[in-house]
Design a protein around this ligand. Structure first.
Ligand code: SAM
Length: 220
């Protein structure tokens, strides 16, 4: 996977490639999809959600420029796979999932596999995690309707936040750097994620996330 899908598609950071090699994706994929665990595609998990495509996990992780001392906040725990990758690169990973069952399963998986520097919380990630703020990095793995205000306030000066943004099936991957208290934003191309649903996200809880295969790069 690392050689044929990630390196060939432009992932260059050796630390990211090492982390992607070390984390066993099959441990985060449901029984029914075990034979497809190392395909470069998102796969269904419970409650109509998805584990993201390995390439997009690697791409977002590379863009995040994680340092070993970083405290990271991830929104959208899902299967726990992205959190596991981040945990190999950072000091501490805080991750929030809005579905109780997904948070519970991901927590159990991460504990069983020895990812001791990850803390999983069930809740609305759009309001962040003020007890542990500020964060060096914030990574959102669901698509926000606009720049997430509270999360940007919980980002440290000099920190970086990455988030898909947009209401359509395909969205823009945004990289925001906090410099002198202001966010400097770059557009890093097209992605496809499920909606971020919550107080500062989309308000339509009836949106059917199965219409997307989330966590997919639209850059072919
Ligand atoms: N990072 C995940 C992984 O590695 O498996 C994939 C995330 S999946 C594409 C997006 C997740 O975001 C879903 O599990 C969804 O329930 C969650 N989500 C959506 N809105 C949320 C919110 N406001 N707070 C926390 N989680 C949210």
């Amino acid at each position: 996977m690392v050689l044929t899908q990630l390196r060939r598609r432009g992932i260059e950071d050796d630390r990211v490639l090492e982390a992607m090699t070390a984390v066993k994706r099959h441990e985060f994929v449901n029984e029914a999809f075990q034979n497809r665990a190392y395909e470069d595609t998102p796969l269904p998990i419970e409650l109509g959600q998805t584990i993201s495509q390995p390439f997009i996990v690697a791409r977002m992780t590379e863009l995040l420029q994680v340092r070993p001392t970083d405290k990271i906040l991830e929104i959208g725990t899902g299967s726990g796979y992205q959190a596991a990758v981040l945990s190999r690169l950072a000091a501490k990973v805080f991750t929030i999932e809005r579905h109780f069952e997904l948070a519970k399963t991901a927590r159990a998986r991460l504990e069983a596999s020895g990812y001791t520097n990850v803390i999983v919380k069930h809740g609305d990630g759009t309001i962040g995690w003020s007890e542990h703020a500020p964060f060096d990095k914030v990574l959102i793995t669901a698509s926000a309707p606009q720049l997430p205000k509270t999360l940007s306030l919980q980002l440290k000066e000099g920190g970086r936040m990455i988030f898909p943004m947009g209401a359509d099936r395909e969205q823009k991957l945004m990289v925001a750097d906090k410099i002198d208290g202001e966010l400097q934003i770059q557009d890093k191309g097209t992605v496809s994620f499920v909606p971020l649903i919550g107080r500062e996200g989309f308000s339509d809880p009836g949106a059917d996330p199965r219409q997307y295969m989330s966590g997919r790069s639209a850059v072919r």
